[in-house]
Design a protein around this ligand. Structure first.
Ligand code: CUA
Length: 167
């Protein structure tokens, strides 16, 4: 009568295996997803694109002339500065289907640029240039917010992008 202990041992072994295998497969799967998106699809954090003197942002190109510029068919560049407590420009108009590269920095303290509907999320550090590209497919209003606490009126620091239907 020695079979029952052997059967219990097998069950315990299978339970352990049921936990061990996913605990290996999940991190391996996550690493694989990271490698494919980073090196295959080229998805990465917005990178440092250079600097301008933090105290003289407004005097340095391209920030001496903020605004929207068409760079090709359906392609736009938005040069934008941030300061307490506003973006400049704070209202941007674009046709639907535009691909837009934002070139931005801060004139004073740390700000952020969050455009939830366009999946834009960057920090704006004084004098450090941030460059991020997004597509605006659907007509409508896209709100943009400062999402780094920047002082007493932080909550009033927002703007909008109006995407107009193609005529
Ligand atoms: Cu700018 Cu918060």
């Amino acid at each position: 009568m020695s079979t029952p202990p052997a059967k219990r041992a097998t069950t315990v072994y299978l339970y352990e295996l049921a936990w061990i295998l996913p605990s290996i497969a999940i991190p391996v799967g996550m690493l694989a997803a990271l490698a494919v998106t980073a090196f295959g699809a080229g998805i990465h954090l917005p990178s440092v694109e250079g600097r301008v003197p933090a105290t003289q942002v407004a005097q340095h190109p391209p920030f001496d002339a903020p605004g929207v510029k068409q760079t090709g068919p359906g392609q736009y560049e938005v040069v934008m500065t941030s300061q307490i407590w506003a973006f400049a420009p704070s209202e941007i108009r674009l046709p639907a289907g535009s691909t837009v590269t934002f070139v931005t920095t801060s004139k004073d303290v740390v700000h952020g640029l969050l455009i939830p509907r366009a999946h834009v999320n960057v920090m704006l550090l004084p004098g450090q240039i941030s460059r991020v590209t997004a597509r605006f497919e659907k007509p409508g209003e896209y709100a943009m917010f400062c999402h780094e606490y920047c002082g007493i009126a932080h909550h009033t620091m927002w703007g909008k992008i109006i995407v107009e239907p193609r005529s």
